[in-house]
Structures are given as structure tokens and as C-alpha cells.
Design a protein around this ligand. Structure first.
Ligand SMILES: *[C@@H]1O[C@H](CO)[C@@H](O)[C@H](O)[C@H]1NC(C)=O
Ligand SMILES: *[C@@H]1O[C@H](CO)[C@@H](O)[C@H](O)[C@H]1NC(C)=O
Ligand SMILES: *[C@@H]1O[C@H](CO)[C@@H](O)[C@H](O)[C@H]1NC(C)=O
Ligand SMILES: *[C@@H]1O[C@H](CO)[C@@H](O)[C@H](O)[C@H]1NC(C)=O
Ligand SMILES: *[C@@H]1O[C@H](CO)[C@@H](O)[C@H](O)[C@H]1NC(C)=O
Ligand SMILES: *[C@@H]1O[C@H](CO)[C@@H](O)[C@H](O)[C@H]1NC(C)=O
Ligand SMILES: *[C@@H]1O[C@H](CO)[C@@H](O)[C@H](O)[C@H]1NC(C)=O
Ligand SMILES: *[C@@H]1O[C@H](CO)[C@@H](O)[C@H](O)[C@H]1NC(C)=O
Length: 660
């Protein structure tokens, strides 16, 4: 957020050297959507010093997908032979030609070589610049933006240029057009049970641009007035751990593999309440009473207990109550990211688990965090760059709209998920709770790629898919529900599918990317769906070219979860619930593979699309949004429930008995 620091006037000696005349420049990045919730204020104070970072194009990126395929396509002879972090850093380091070309540009512009540092991961050039230097270098104008709700300042420009011949060498430059300031929790939705008129206020921006997504919401929640019960006869009205075990046929777990832990990522100030865990465990998992997650504090992450409400505790309580119960006695690792003052984004987390994604000691993406120690009074330790081990599986229930961020930014982050896949890490993200609409139910009103495009209130407009859900190297998880008046035990015994797409309180996020191409592993599934169930919408609603990434990949129950929250039980809804449940089941698969001396399952999409029989196909229900009924579930893959829900026995057989 805070990316400029003032320096004494007298200390300033800025001699801007104009770049050589005649070097053609072209626009490198510009925002396609307005930064909702941010007002542009003054031009930037000339005395500010900008910590510039130039992201160099890594080499071999095109090769990355082939390498990932080798270790994740089930028929590959190298299936499961994942890479080490060191091998990956070296394989993707920028070429010398790239480094030299970028340095040459800077030195020609008067930034002496001694001011330029190259990051440890080799992919960033970093230097401090005066405003004049940065503006001249990038042919742009910096402004201070102010967050309308909180008054937080942010420095940005609307677009910037670099020499045309450097386009292939430079991915992006910070600070420039980026507003990935804060991330919205999937639970920041409309509050259904108002307990307190002040819910959600004072929490700062919810998403990039701090738009009104979710408003003063406290999440997806309904009152629950029953005695908590594990009764399988009522799974259509309340979901408990035993309901999930019955639906997906996985056992109560009794083992742990020392190499295995289930990683859950939360962003401060979201926090779990220890007594809520024990209240939940007392009713649903007595052996877990007193258990807590392994706590990894990243960039000052704290499990704050000052502000208690559904809004602050709903996501963390849900994630931990279910995942800790389902994978017990395997440990759950809680990555708590960001301090109370500045928060954090996905990039902070990625920096902490992979130093090669990081920039330099103390430096990070300046559009989202100050340099730590935080000069604004938050976390006073050094910024985390590496040092945290990635668990074999990582589940996150927060997301952006794909349209919130620039394609450059998203491709770069997506590429990092590809590397995690090469290392054998499965990355799961919730697909969203608004059907074909985006966060807060909003849809896009302007044509693809339009300058200053905007969102509307969701009664019309273009579909608004989520990111990182549209990144082809993560597994996007949608939501299902048990059909009304359905006894799951009877249904399963008679071979009847008891579930359909979730249409209670929330709608499963799904659709097609406007940024990422259709991945190879998904092509057949998507083409079949278009051929057999042609959707009644044209390109005015979504990219119907059949050439872009579809989501979600799979789904799990996301309705009527009984959770303990702030001392009481409540029902909650969303892909926030289906994602940790899916992650728990896959963590049990990892355990079984590791017990056999095999590798983790890693990036699962090539396997699940090649073996859709390991999922229960969901064929009913839709995901309305943007004033439409949305898409419809159908036999096979669909952009509502993906390939379907987990079938643990079949997954186990494939992954443990059949695959290397
Ligand atoms: C690239 O530069 C480094 C450091 O200057 C050098 O050690 C290396 O040999 C160079 N690589 C190639 C392929 O030229
Ligand atoms: C948490 O509560 C404190 C004290 O009531 C308040 O000052 C602060 O703004 C709250 N923090 C957030 C993030 O709402
Ligand atoms: C289960 O939860 C209820 C609250 O609904 C609580 O009163 C009860 O003590 C819990 N059960 C156990 C065994 O702790
Ligand atoms: C887009 O926004 C910029 C900066 O806010 C403004 O200068 C420009 O006029 C806008 N363009 C359109 C077409 O509205
Ligand atoms: C949403 O926007 C449309 C078009 O501007 C308007 O007609 C409608 O009343 C709005 N609906 C809500 C609930 O605000
Ligand atoms: C399912 O049940 C709920 C509440 O019991 C009701 O609101 C909803 O309309 C029912 N849905 C269908 C499709 O019958
Ligand atoms: C849809 O995606 C394809 C493939 O990326 C692209 O060529 C096409 O321009 C997109 N269509 C629209 C309307 O954006
Ligand atoms: C829990 O529920 C009870 C009864 O429904 C209510 O009296 C109490 O205030 C609630 N506790 C909290 C912490 O919300």
C-alpha cells in the first residue's frame, strides 16, 4: 500500500538524464478497469523516492508447461518425479541477454550500475528512483490515489512505456499501474444474519481497488438452532464431517505421514478462535480437542483476537474446524499472511514459500506492502522472502476478479503456480460464490480490454470469472449441495447421485477466462461441453471461442456447513467450504502415497481430466449471475461443478495402486 517514503528536501539531488532520443517506446501495461474505490489525488510529491523493481522475463517459460506435463500427466514416464526449488530457480533464470539489455536501458537513462541490484532469485532489477527519474524512464506521470473509505494512500500511474526492443525482456515494472492492494475473502459476502450493524466496517479495502464487494457483509451464514448432530439423515439441511465422509466415501483417518501437512492460507485480520475449534471438536472430533494448527506467521501474520465477529472469524474457523477434523492426526499448517496494518496479497505468500519468486531482502511488491519493517507501525521484522516450506497441498479461499488485475501480473503469478506444480505442490483456490458473476455479484459492463472499464451491480453485463481460478496451473473448486429432502445414505446405497450444483445462498463460481488460453489437459472436456450443451450466450457475455480456460475443475459440497463461530454454532455456505474439504481429501491421498514411498500428487488437473471416473459427475443445477441463469451442470465437465465431486476410493486406487 505504502510505497513511497519522504526524504529531506536537502538530501535530494536528482539529475534526470533524458533517455536517448530516437529510441522508440511503447505502452507496456495499462489498467483496463478503473480502480474502484480509489480517488486520484495530487501528482506525486517530487521528494518521494520510489523503490523501483523491474521484473525480468525469465527464460524457458515456454518450456515450463512441458516440464510440468512430464511430472503430472498420468501416462508420462516421469510422472511424480518433481523438481527441487534450486533446479527450478536455475532453469528459469533470465538469460544474460535479458539482464544486459535491461541494465543497459537503465544506465543509458542515467541510473548508474552501482545503484542497481539483481535479486537473489535473479529475476528482478531493483533501484531507488526519484519521481522525475521514474517518470522519465517510463514516460508516465505518477499520482497519489486515496482509498475512499480508509484514506490510505497509494502511488500509481495509469499506464507506462518501455523501449519497444525491451518488450520481450521485461514482464512488468513496479510501482506502476497495479492496485492489488488487499484481497477479499470469499466470506465477505452479503450478511444474512445481522448481529451487529457495524460488521465489516473499519476493515480496510476488501479487494484490489477496495471496491464495495460484499459491502458491510459478514459472510454467507444462516442461523442454526439444532443440537449439533452427526446424524446422516439430515445432510440435506446440515453438513457435518460425517456427512462429507459419507458423501465422498473417505474414512476417519488414524494415521499421519511425517512428510505430509495440509496448508491453509489466511490473510490477516481474518483469524481463528481457539475456543471455537474446541467447541466444534467437542461435538464432532473429540480426539482433536486442544489441537491447533502449526502456525506460520508470514510478514507479521497474527491470529488477532481483538476484533471478533463472523466477518473476522468465519473463514478461518470454517477452514480449520473442517480440515483439522478430516485429516487428523495429520497436521494442518496455517499460513497466516500479513500484519494488521497493511495486510498482504498472494504474492507475499508466494514470496515466503519460494525465495526465487521474491525480489530482494526487505523488498516486495511495493503496490501492496511497505518495505518491512513496516514504517507505518505494523510488523517490525524483516519481510519474509523464502524460509517457509510449502506443504504438499495448499488451499486458499480468497480471490480476485480476473478483471481486477492486469494480464501481465496474472500471467506472472500463474507461472509461479506452474513452478509449485513442478515441485509437487497442489494449489487449490475457491472458484467464487456468485455463479458467473464476480466478487460481490458484480459483472463487467465494458468490452474486453476497454480502457477504464467498470463493473455494475450484477443485473446485466459480462460474466466475471475469478483469479487465480482462471490460471490453468491451479485447481479451481466449485460448490455443490445435497438435493432437498434427500437422504444421502439411501441415495448412495441405490447408486443415485445425491448432489447438484449449489443454489442455496450461493452459486458455484464458474465460466471462462478472458486472459488464459485453454489448457491442453482441458481441451477435450471443454469442446465436448460446447458441442453437447451449447450455452445460450454470445461473446457479449463471455469468451465463447472455446479457446480459453474454463473453471472450475472440480467441486465439493458447499452448503449448510455446521461450524462453531464466536461461541455458537452456525450454518455457512460457499466455495470457502468446498475448497478445504477437497483439500482434506486430497491430503489423505497424499498421505497414502507418501506411506508407499511415492511422491505427492502435485498438480492434479492432468490426472483428473484424464480420469474423470475418480470424480462423481454432477449433472444438475446452474450458476446464475449477471441477470442470466448462468451455465447448467451437465454430464461430463461443465463450468458450474467442473468434473464433479471427489470419489475417495477411486482416487485412492488410481493414485496409490496405479500411478507411479
Ligand atoms: C551469464 O553471465 C554469468 C555472469 O556474468 C556468467 O557466469 C555465465 O557464464 C553467463 N552465461 C552465459 C550462457 O553466457
Ligand atoms: C479492531 O478493533 C479495534 C478496537 O475496537 C479498532 O480500533 C480497529 O479499527 C478494529 N480493526 C479492524 C481491522 O476493524
Ligand atoms: C456441542 O455443542 C453444544 C452447543 O451447541 C454444547 O453445548 C455442547 O457442550 C457441545 N457438546 C460437547 C460434547 O461438548
Ligand atoms: C481513463 O482514465 C484516465 C485516468 O483516470 C483519464 O485520463 C481518461 O480520460 C479516461 N479515459 C476514458 C475513455 O474515460
Ligand atoms: C442495478 O442496476 C440497474 C441498471 O443500472 C438498475 O436498474 C437496478 O435497479 C439496479 N439494481 C439494484 C438492486 O441496485
Ligand atoms: C429446498 O428447500 C429450501 C428450504 O427447505 C427451499 O427454500 C427451496 O425452495 C427448496 N428448493 C427446491 C428446489 O425445492
Ligand atoms: C477470446 O479468446 C480468444 C483466445 O484467447 C481470443 O483470440 C479472442 O479475441 C477472445 N474473444 C474476445 C471477444 O475477447
Ligand atoms: C449464542 O447464542 C445464544 C442463544 O442463541 C445467545 O444468547 C448468545 O448471545 C450467543 N452468543 C454469542 C457469542 O453470539
Amino acid at each position: 500500500m505504502h510505497l513511497f517514503r519522504s526524504v529531506a528536501v536537502s538530501a535530494l539531488v536528482a539529475v534526470a538524464v533524458a533517455s536517448p532520443l530516437g529510441v522508440p517506446h511503447s505502452v507496456h501495461e495499462k489498467r483496463s478497469e478503473a480502480a474502484t474505490g480509489w480517488a486520484r489525488r495530487d501528482v506525486l510529491d517530487r521528494r518521494a523516492i520510489l523503490p523501483m523493481k523491474i521484473g525480468l522475463a525469465q527464460s524457458n517459460v515456454d518450456q515450463g508447461w512441458n516440464w510440468l506435463k512430464e511430472v503430472s500427466v498420468p501416462t508420462s514416464s516421469k510422472y511424480g518425479q518433481h523438481w527441487s526449488a534450486k533446479d527450478i530457480a536455475e532453469a528459469f533464470a533470465p538469460s544474460n541477454e535479458t539482464v544486459d539489455a535491461a541494465k543497459n536501458w537503465l544506465t543509458m537513462a542515467g541510473i548508474s550500475e552501482s545503484r542497481i541490484k539483481q535479486s537473489q532469485g535473479l529475476n528482478w532489477l531493483e533501484f531507488d528512483a526519484t519521481v522525475d527519474e521514474a517518470e522519465e524512464l517510463l514516460k508516465t506521470k505518477y499520482h497519489v490515489y486515496e482509498h475512499e473509505a480508509t484514506g490510505q494512500p497509494h502511488v500509481a500511474c495509469d499506464e507506462y512505456s518501455i523501449p519497444t526492443h525491451l518488450k520481450e525482456h521485461i514482464d512488468l515494472v513496479y510501482p506502476t499501474v497495479h492496485f492489488d492492494a488487499k484481497i477479499k475473502s470469499r466470506d465477505d459476502g452479503v450478511e444474512l444474519e445481522k448481529r451487529d450493524g457495524n460488521f465489516g466496517h473499519g476493515r480496510g479495502p476488501r479487494g484490489p481497488g477496495g471496491g464495495p464487494w460484499g459491502g458491510p457483509g459478514g459472510g454467507w451464514r444462516m442461523p442454526y438452532h439444532h443440537r449439533p448432530t452427526n446424524d446422516l439423515a439430515n445432510c440435506d439441511v446440515h453438513i457435518t464431517p460425517d456427512c462429507l465422509r459419507a458423501l465422498y466415501r473417505f474414512p476417519v483417518n488414524y494415521r499421519a505421514n511425517p512428510k505430509n501437512s495440509f496448508g491453509i492460507v489466511e490473510y490477516t485480520p481474518e483469524a481463528y478462535v481457539p475456543s471455537d475449534l474446541d467447541l466444534f471438536f467437542a461435538n464432532f472430533s473429540q480426539r482433536s480437542i486442544g489441537e491447533r494448527p502449526i502456525f506460520d506467521s508470514i510478514d507479521g501474520g497474527v491470529n488477532q483476537q481483538t476484533n471478533m465477529s463472523f466477518n473476522f472469524n468465519g473463514e478461518s474457523d470454517l477452514d480449520l474446524e473442517y480440515s483439522m477434523t478430516l485429516v487428523y492426526p495429520q497436521p494442518v499448517t496455517l499460513y497466516q499472511v500479513g500484519d494488521l496494518v497493511e495486510g498482504a496479497s498472494f504474492n507475499n505468500f508466494l514470496d515466503a514459500i519460494d525465495a526465487s519468486y521474491c525480489s530482494y531482502d526487505g523488498g516486495d511488491d511495493p503496490t501492496q506492502d511497505a518495505k518491512y519493517p513496516d514504517p507505518y507501525g505494523g510488523y517490525q521484522g524483516p519481510e519474509n522472502c523464502g524460509g517457509f516450506a510449502a506443504t504438499k497441498l495448499i488451499s486458499t479461499s480468497y480471490a480476485y476478479n480476473e478483471a481486477d488485475l492486469t494480464p501481465f501480473y496474472e500471467q506472472r503469478q500463474c507461472h509461479e503456480y506452474m513452478k509449485l506444480g513442478m515441485m509437487g505442490v497442489s494449489v487449490l483456490y475457491s472458484s467464487g460464490d456468485y455463479g458467473v458473476a464476480g466478487n460481490g455479484g458484480q459483472c463487467i459492463t465494458s468490452p474486453v480490454g476497454a480502457v477504464n472499464a467498470t463493473y455494475n451491480n450484477g443485473t446485466s453485463g459480462r460474466f466475471n470469472p475469478s483469479f487465480p481460478g482462471t490460471c490453468p496451473y491451479i485447481t479451481s473448486v466449485g460448490a455443490t449441495q445435497v438435493k432437498n429432502n434427500t437422504n444421502i445414505v439411501t441415495a448412495l446405497a441405490t447408486g443415485t447421485q445425491p448432489e447438484e450444483a449449489c443454489e442455496t445462498v450461493i452459486y458455484s463460481g464458474g465460466g471462462f477466462s478472458n486472459v488464459f488460453p485453454l489448457p491442453e489437459y482441458q481441451a477435450n472436456a471443454v469442446h465436448h461441453w460446447f458441442a453437447d450443451y451449447p450455452p445460450p450466450y454470445g461473446p457479449d457475455r463471455f469468451n465463447n471461442s472455446q479457446q480459453t480456460r474454463g473453471l472450475p475443475d472440480m467441486s465439493a459440497n458447499g452448503a449448510n456447513y455446521v461450524i462453531a463461530i464466536d461461541g455458537n454454532f452456525s450454518l455457512v455456505y460457499g466455495t470457502s467450504a468446498s475448497t478445504p474439504t477437497t483439500g482434506s481429501i486430497l491430503t489423505l491421498i497424499n498421505q497414502a502415497r507418501l506411506d508407499k514411498g511415492k511422491s505427492s500428487i502435485g498438480f492434479i488437473n492432468p490426472v483428473i481430466y484424464a480420469h474423470p471416473e475418480i470424480l462423481n459427475d454432477i449433472t444438475e443445477g446452474g450458476n446464475q449471475g449477471c441477470g442470466t441463469p448462468g451455465f447448467e451442470s451437465a454430464p461430463g465437465w461443465d463450468p458450474v461443478t467442473g468434473l464433479g465431486t471427489p470419489n475417495y476410493p477411486k482416487m485412492l486406487k488410481l493414485w496409490v495402486d496405479e500411478l507411479n
